[in-house]
Design a binder for this molecule. Structure first.
Ligand SMILES: Nc1ncnc2c1ncn2[C@@H]1O[C@H](COP(=O)(O)OP(=O)(O)OP(=O)(O)O)[C@@H](O)[C@H]1O
Ligand SMILES: [Mg+2]
Length: 191
């Protein structure tokens, strides 16, 4: 069973969005997935209540080992403890004030010897500094999830982007392809 921690102590940087859609992409790749929502705000738990998920979303760590291939922890904001698992997925948004917190957390995770997959999400294409930072991070191996209204729409309907109800959404196939690439990397390529 693969354990993945979605981590970034800065709030609103795409952790829950990545947790839910990474679980959905894992299911698309034929894996059984589970999301553990560690956030008292319960963003990902709300998705589970929407009833549109092809995986379970729980709020407590299961007592016995669950029958799944991948377990994804959606961590809360403002908690700096480095997660226990070896594999961290760290999403962040490129505005400068967001980036500083991300880098601090990244360095701590790196010092703790974690395997880290970085995701740049929601880059504002009209801001040169954000575009430049995104390019530089991509060069260093980061995944890039472009800014897209699909994520807000999916969230408001408690759906993943793989939900057939979103089949006609703008550029949905690109968004799905990005998540499938991310899932393939995280589930298969990274140990
Ligand atoms: N690439 C993107 N394009 C558009 N919106 C995005 C993108 N990535 C994330 N978002 C939006 O950013 C908002 C914050 O995302 P999310 O709730 O996943 O962050 P979070 O890190 O879990 O926040 P918290 O720390 O409060 O738990 C959401 O509305 C989400 O839809
Ligand atoms: Mg969240």
């Amino acid at each position: 069973m693969k354990v993945i921690d979605i981590f970034n102590p800065k709030g609103g940087n795409g952790k829950s969005m990545v947790a839910i859609n990474l679980a959905a992409a894992s299911v698309e790749l034929g894996k059984k997935a589970m999301v553990v929502c560690q956030d008292p705000q319960g963003t990902s738990i709300l998705y589970g209540k929407g009833g549109n998920m092809p995986f379970s979303v729980v709020s407590d760590i299961p007592k016995s080992k669950p029958d799944v291939d991948v377990i994804i922890f959606d961590h809360p904001a403002n908690v700096w403890d480095i997660p226990e698992g070896n594999l961290l997925v760290m999403p962040f948004k490129p505005p400068r004030d967001q980036y500083a917190t991300f880098i601090d957390a990244y360095k701590k995770a790196e010092a703790a010897g974690k395997n880290i997959v970085t995701i740049v999400t929601d880059t504002n294409q009209h801001r040169r500094d954000e575009v430049e930072l995104t390019k530089a991070m991509k060069k260093k191996g980061a995944f890039v999830l472009p800014s897209s209204g699909v994520y807000g729409r999916a969230a408001s309907e408690y759906r993943t982007i793989f939900d057939p109800a979103l089949n006609k959404a703008y550029k949905i196939s690109e968004r799905r392809r990005e998540f499938l690439q991310l899932a393939t990397h995280v589930l298969i390529e990274v140990k």
